[in-house]
Write a protein of this length. Structure first.
Length: 395
């Protein structure tokens, strides 16, 4: 089944390139530059320089700088900055073109070089693409990020850790070598007719590239750690003193031990009393308030099913909820009382209670068929506090 998949990879990649927009999948990027290094002065006292190629590789948000070190100038990480999506999505753009035109000289993994025997199987384009079309972090048939099959059993730190098992399985199928169990990767490569090449040298990791930013983020935490370390030293000294006192107390007479037990019992009682008082203060300090699900309520609904009101305040407080209208409105509606509904409730331990306030019989008849909106005040009162909130019954 897997062999058939490999043979179909070039056509599959071309088809996927036409169907899936390039922006839908994150692609790796490589920036290449030449840096100069000063060498010792020559016989005339003139300092000279040598040039060395450096790379900045980016993949899935990870960035690592490399220095050319393994002597390989091609078959490296694919640079999708050189392959715009509209260019790759052409029907004529094949896998071979993608690997050759996007190729770079940075190898972020070790490789096994070879043109004969099992080593040669590692350099067939379809095989190179196959393991990258099955990785956990990319959809099946997606475009390859590397123009090689890695010859190592760990990731390179470019967000490729989840892919290790996939390329290890690919290498084992193609060559019979189990990279996960190989103790000498160089010898294992030579055993299939290849030459082992280490990855290019890491010059700077993501951590070092962002060290300044990381320092800014970590400074407050480091300051807290320093403060807590100092507090720990103080508490350690206090603990030593307490341990000495305890040793002295243990050697004291039974009368002293009894007095200590009595004092501890008194202290425990005091703490419990204090905690109870604090809890009661927290409960009593809650503000009494009323709220509704909306700023208005249809008069017909209020008359038929009642007016739902939520009350917040101290847990355990018994409250009275009154729905009150102005005297002018009561007179206009031919009602003898300005209170058109009342209910009682007890606020729960969580600090809230919901209550549907039923309208009085006289008020129900008038509110059910309002000819104009009716302003209502929700008045909530408890033993030591009160609150009010405006509401509107609509016609």
């Amino acid at each position: 089944m897997k062999t058939m998949f490999k043979k179909a990879v070039p056509a599959l990649l071309a088809a996927v390139a036409l169907i899936v927009p390039s922006s839908a999948i994150a692609h790796g990027s490589v920036w290449t530059t030449s840096v100069k290094t000063a060498t010792a002065a020559d016989g005339g006292g003139i300092v000279v320089t040598t040039s060395k190629t450096s790379y900045l590789a980016s993949n899935h948000g990870y960035v690592i700088a490399y220095t050319e070190a393994n002597g390989l100038s091609d078959h490296g990480m694919i640079n999708y900055k050189a392959l715009p999506g509209s260019y790759r999505n052409q029907a004529s753009f094949t896998l071979d073109r993608l690997l050759s035109e996007g190729d770079t000289g940075v190898q972020t993994h070790a490789t096994c070089q070879g043109s004969s025997g099992d080593a040669a199987k590692l350099w067939i384009p379809a095989n190179i693409a196959a393991w990258q079309s099955q990785t956990p972090s990319t959809p099946a048939g997606s475009e390859p990020f590397w123009n090689y099959i890695p010859w190592q059993n760990t990731g390179a730190g470019l967000g490729d850790g989840a892919e290790v098992a996939t390329w290890v399985a690919e290498v084992k199928e193609l060559t019979g070598v189990d990279l996960a169990a190989a103790s000498d990767l160089s010898a294992a490569c030579a055993g299939i007719g290849g030459t082992y090449k280490a990855a290019d040298t890491v010059a700077s990791t993501t951590a070092s590239l962002t060290s300044g930013y990381s320092a800014d983020i970590s400074k407050p935490l480091n300051d807290q750690i320093s403060s807590l370390t100092a507090d720990k030293a103080t508490l350690t000294g206090q603990l030593s003193g307490l341990q000495a006192d305890l040793a002295a107390a243990n050697s004291a007479k039974s009368a002293a031990l009894s007095a200590k037990a009595t004092a501890e019992s008194a202290a425990s009682t005091a703490v419990a009393t204090k905690n109870a008082a604090l809890a009661d203060v927290a409960r009593l300090s809650r503000t009494l308030s009323a709220s509704t699900a909306g700023a208005t309520l249809a008069g017909s609904v209020a008359a038929s099913t009642g007016a739902p009101v939520s009350v917040s305040g101290p847990g355990g407080l018994a409250v009275t909820i009154n729905l009150v209208i102005s005297q002018a409105k009561a007179t206009a509606l031919h009602l003898s009382s300005t209170t058109i509904g009342t209910a009682t409730a007890t606020i729960g331990a969580g600090g809230t209670v919901s209550k549907t306030v039923a309208l009085s019989s006289a008020a129900k008849t008038k509110v059910k068929k309002l000819s104009a909106n009716l302003g209502v005040t929700i008045q909530v009162s408890g033993s030591d506090r009160a609150a009010a909130k405006g509401w509107t019954f609509t016609k």
